[in-house]
Design a protein around this ligand. Structure first.
Ligand code: AHR
Length: 498
């Protein structure tokens, strides 16, 4: 019998996995919005009201729960009124952060809401704190959410939406320690309280306000910010606290050694240390855990590709990126009692994208397939797991390090157990015993994402090089052995019996 063991404690719940943990992020940056989403009504690319149909169809398959927009750094230089009203009259502005591209403002609030409705996602608007004002943000909120007869609500109706949008998720700035105003935590704390004061639950929409957290795992930012905002017994009006965690790169997006393969996956898994440390600091101020931790932007950030504008952050996406995504999502699932949302950066044509577009063609990336396979975890109850397998040693930047070959997470919904397992070993199959405690499995199905070459990726000419395949179902019973292919992600679905 195998010494490697995956134990699933089906009767030891962690918490319900909020669907928003599988969220996305689309910024006015490079090709994300133009032409990743928006091609305009007159385009020869099939579209609905200017939004491309192929991208909508692909995104819908992921069941995206939430979409964060319009940035990123762009958000703190965005003035919402530029993006409403007749498109032909909207100003042409300069995207200062991302390549000085001309921003036509054709894609604004109404187009964003339209996109969200088409893909079935909740809109999440990130407000402008860096160069805006509390009045500007509360007016955007009124424009979106007010059901009565105000001038702004009338304007929304004149622009085609008589019913309020009911936007729940509002970010109070983005990276306010950097592109969102270069503030220290205390200064941002003052601004946060000021802005939050004017963001009301109007016309029955209960807001979920999100504060800007640290750059990576910086407990000092968190402690100093929280000391500033926890000034009354009730605490601040804050529902989420958002850290950003980019694991960077090792090698390039498509060329890397085995050590670099491991180094990137290892760094991605560093988000667990962030979660543990940030939640410990948050617990000191919020022992009842009313405020959720959000990983608002995350993913791999490779070097700019040759022949591409470096400010457009376009990058290829390989099976290694898929393992980065899967290992991270497993960590979020395991911390479902604190992590309430995550938004991978970014949806289309930017950083660790789901989709790449070229003219009228699209290709889905290995990371896309992870989201499609992992969608079954959404709304499940995360349960405790133990992974005992080999450790892989590797060297990177002069340091000897180790990474567990096997990792994953499990959740139960409607008597179906979803178990996701990553085998990070670049070249070795790993056999492990799956030990289901507290329930027996009657039926199972399994899908696997794997590639013979650890550099494998999808291109417009070979779009299915990395694609999920069905794996043989496991035998019934509580204990079954499975051989996990190298460099793979497997998702099992067990029907639980009593
Ligand atoms: O996702 C790209 C950029 O990374 C975002 O605009 C910013 O918030 C972060 O630094």
């Amino acid at each position: 019998m195998s010494e490697n063991r995956i134990t699933v404690l089906t009767e030891e719940p962690v918490a319900r996995i909020r669907p928003e943990v599988y969220g996305h992020f689309a910024e006015h940056l490079g090709g994300c919005i133009y032409p990743g989403v928006w091609v305009g009504e007159g385009s020869s690319i099939p579209n609905t009201g200017g939004i491309r149909n192929d991208v909508v169809a692909a995104l819908r398959r992921l069941a995206p729960p939430v979409l964060r927009w319009p940035g990123g750094c762009f958000a703190d230089d965005y003035h919402w009124e530029d993006g409403v009203g007749p498109r032909s009259e909207r100003p042409r502005t300069v995207n200062m952060w991302w390549g000085e591209d001309i921003e036509t403002n054709e894609f604004g609030t109404h187009e964003f809401i339209h996109l969200c409705r088409m893909i079935g996602a909740e809109p999440y608007i990130c407000g402008n704190v860096g160069s805006g004002s509390p009045y500007e943000l509360r007016s955007w909120l009124e424009y979106c959410n007010f059901a009565g007869d105000s001038t702004l609500a009338r304007r929304r109706a004149e622009n085609g939406a008589s019913e309020p949008f009911g936007v729940r998720y509002w970010g109070v700035g983005n990276e306010n320690w950097g592109c969102g105003g270069t503030m220290c935590p205390e200064d941002y704390g003052v601004e946060y309280k000021r802005y939050a004061t004017y963001l009301h639950d109007i016309s029955g929409t209960e807001l979920f306000l999100i504060a800007c957290g640290p750059n990576g795992n910086n407990p000092d930012w968190t402690r100093r910010f929280l000391s500033k905002v926890y000034t009354s017994r009730r605490g601040p009006r804050m529902h989420g606290f958002a850290a950003h965690y980019y694991c960077g790169t090792a090698g390039t997006s498509t060329e890397y050694t085995d050590d670099e393969w491991y180094a990137l996956i290892h760094r991605a898994m560093g988000v667990e240390a962030l979660i543990r440390q940030q939640r410990a600091v948050m617990d000191g101020y919020d022992p009842e855990r009313k405020v959720g931790l959000i990983i608002d932007e995350w993913g791999a950030w490779h070097q700019p590709e040759p022949d591409r504008n470096p400010r457009h952050l376009w990058q290829q996406n390989t099976i290694r990126d898929a393992l980065v995504a899967a290992s991270s999502l497993d960590i979020f699932n395991r911390h479902a009692d604190k992590v309430v949302m995550s938004n991978i950066a970014q949806t289309i044509n930017v950083l660790q994208a789901m989709i790449l577009t070229e003219g009228d063609r699209i290709v889905t990336t290995p990371t896309y397939h992870v989201y499609e396979m992992y969608r079954h975890h959404q709304r499940g109850t995360s349960v405790q797991t133990r992974f005992a397998g080999p450790d892989i040693s590797f060297a990177h930047e002069g340091q000897e390090q180790a990474l567990p070959a096997l990792s994953g997470s499990a959740s139960v919904r409607d008597d179906v157990l979803t178990l996701s397992v990553v085998n990070a070993s670049a070249h070795d199959e790993v056999e492990a015993l799956i030990d289901l405690r507290g329930a027996s499995a009657e039926l199972s199905s399994a899908r696997v994402l794997a590639a013979d070459d650890i550099h494998a990726h999808n291109t417009f000419d070979a779009p299915d090089t990395v694609a999920p395949a069905d794996s043989a179902p496991l035998a019934n019973g509580n204990q079954v052995t499975h051989r996990f292919p190298p460099a793979s992600i497997t998702v099992f679905r067990f029907k639980l019996g009593s």
